[in-house]
Each structure stands twice: as C-alpha cells, then as structure tokens.
Design a protein around this ligand. Sequence first.
Ligand code: NAD
Length: 394
Amino acid sequence: MIVEPKVREYICTTAHPQGCEESIKRQIEVVEKQGTMEGPKRVLVIGCSTGYGLASRITSAFGCKAATIGIMFERPSNGKRTATPGWYNTVAFEKNAEKEGLYAKTINGDAFSKEVKDQTIELIKKDLGTVDMVIYSLAAPRRTMPDGSVASSCLRTTGEAFTEKNLDLRNNEVNTKTVEPATDEELDGTIKVMGGGDWKDWIAALSEAGVLAEETVTVAYSYIGPKLTYPIYYNGTIGMAKRDLHQAAKDITAEFKTRGVQAYVSVNKALVTQASAAIPVVPLYFAILYKVMKEHGTHEGCIQQISRLFHDKLLKEQPITDNEGLIRMDDWEQDETIQKEVMDIWAKVDTDNVKQLADVDGYWEDFYHMFGFHYENLDYTKDVDVEVSIPSIQ
Ligand code: NAD
C-alpha cells in the first residue's frame, strides 16, 4: 500500500510503518548518544507505545539496558487501513531491542482492566520475577471502572467559561475559542480517567502479587503549564485530575513504605502528542513556545525530556524534586525569560503574523512525525507492507 497522511484537524487516521521505524531509530540514537546509565533492570511501562511512555521505554531499554514489558491500547492493520502509529512504533521498538539482545514484550489491551493487570502479573512472574521500575504514562479518553460503569474525561474549565486565542488546526488561522465549564459529573469522570486512581490500583495489584522488587521506583507524568492556560489546563478538569495524580504519588509512597516503594510525578514539558493536540488553546501556546525555546537552544522532544529525566533527576541517590515533591522537567519551559518572550508574542499574535511569530511549521513537523510522515530521507511513493505484527504480542 502507498500510505499518505489523512489529517482531520488534530488527528491523522493513517500511519506509516517505515516512518514510525525511522522515529524509533532517531529516538534510540538520542539515548545512545547520552551513554549507558546505571538504572533499573526490569521496567514495566503502562502506556508504552507513543509520546512520553514510548520515550520512557526507549530510555529504559537503550539507556539502562533494561528488560521492558509494555502495555498499550493500539489497533493493528486489517489490510485495508493502516495500524495506529503506536502499533508500528512497537514493532520497530521490539525489532531494535531484539537486535541488542534486550528482553521486550508487549501486552495490547485495556490497562484499566483487571484482566490486563492479571495478564501483566503472570508475564512478570513467568519471565522476570519482579520489576524494579513502573512508568505510568496513560492518556485515555475513557475508563471502564471496576464496577463496569464507564467514566469519560473532558477538557473543560472548572469555573467560568474561558475564551482565548486559539490556533485553528484546519487552516493555521488564529481565532478565539471558548471553553465551557464542566458539570460535576464531567469533572468526576476526568479525575477517574486521568487522575491517580488506576495508578494506585496497579501498584497495589503488583505489590499484592509479589512482583514488585524492594525499593521499586514508580513515576507518572503530569503537566502544569503557564498561567495563561491555567483556566483550561491546570485549573480545568484535567488539572484537577493531575492534582489527584500528585496526591496519589504521596499515597503510594506512604502505603508501600515498608517495601521501600517510591512514587514520583514528573512534570514534563508541553509537547505535541496525540493526547495534547486535542486540547483547545494549547497548540498555539506550543507553537510559540517551540519558536522561543528553539531560538534559545533549549527545545526538547519527548525523548530528550525523558533521557534528561533519567540522567539528571531520577536516577540519583535522592531524585531531585521541588518543594512539593514534584520532579520538574518543565524547568526550561518555565524559565522566566522564555515565559516572558512567549507572553509578549501571545499578546500580538494573529492570523497575519502567526507564521513569523510562532513555529507553526515545527508544530506540524512534530505532528506528522508522530504518524511516521514527513521524514525527508524516506520515499513515501513506495509501496509498504502495512500488515506487520509485533513479535511478542500478548
Ligand atoms: P500519548 O497519547 O502519546 O500516549 C498515551 C499512551 O497510553 C499510548 O501508549 C496508548 O496506547 C496508551 N493507552 C491509552 N489508553 C489506554 C488503555 N485504555 N489501555 C492501555 N494503554 C492505553 O500521550 P502522552 O502525551 O505521551 O501522555 C502521557 C502522559 O504524559 C499523560 O499523563 C499526559 O498528561 C502526560 N504529559 C503530556 C504532556 C504533553 O504535552 N504531551 C506534557 C506533560 C505530561
């Protein structure tokens, strides 16, 4: 099949297997350039196939030489349509891991479910005995709760309606977007899906089954962002879920103290991923941030973020946190000079000047790369096999 991008606003419904392989190759190169680290040896990554979770799996495997078990929710190709990018990423990841002699197995299913938790525990018991690091990097629209009810997450405010400038992804024009307040039910649903409840369930299940090593480290990812986006992000429904996640880290560390489990939240940088592209207002902030950070030489992608997380902040005798106990990988994004320049641009950006003042091309480059497109060294006119299977799929 000749695979072309089919973009609908913030989603691309096709993915290119070779492009995804290229993306994995480039991410491995970034990690290998940093050199090998003393770190975890058996890592479980929940949400392993794209974005920050994928970067965590690559860093664990190629930076620490760790065995990895990954959990994801991806769709294979049925011959007529391509697989999702996370599927192709995982094919390429496992291929490269095997070449390096690194253990890698993947479970494709609903991480919120008891079945997948049980399946994971069985696999750990059978192949690894225990894991010594658990990365929790899910971004999902809904969660089937243990009682069978379905909770949905939404991106709304928790106070007044909020109107701000927005990048219209259909035509790159700057318009305004109004985000309405959530109902109590919507807020509750978002906390259930994106908060810390399921992370706690995972750690409890793993601990109970005896598959957590002594002094296991577990890390989940969060975002805070600038004051500008507080109404839609940090003080919005998603921010309330993130606060719940931050509390979950404290709860996990307290509850599993006797086993030495340490839970951390790493607050990461704003980056284009499938999850973040869907948030209103935020993509315009991303495009301006990219421009300013690239000019200052401090721009990073997911892989640079996670590689720096492991190297500089996490794999220390005592991980480096702020006063709230959060690891701040958004330190360069939140730098005062960077934020001042971003806000100055925000005040004047409009449809006529957005291409000059913001890195709209950089935004779209990251977007297309996520789906395996726009790699200059690949020939996209060639036929590719889209029905590829993941060697270890469970
Ligand atoms: P993403 O969409 O790239 O990745 C989500 C992952 O979760 C994928 O591997 C997907 O397969 C998996 N997944 C989704 N639903 C699942 C389910 N039911 N069962 C099993 N797997 C499932 O998202 P991302 O942006 O990398 O987000 C990961 C975490 O990082 C989130 O907590 C997000 O809030 C946080 N974060 C993101 C940003 C950003 O700007 N993108 C910034 C800071 C923090």
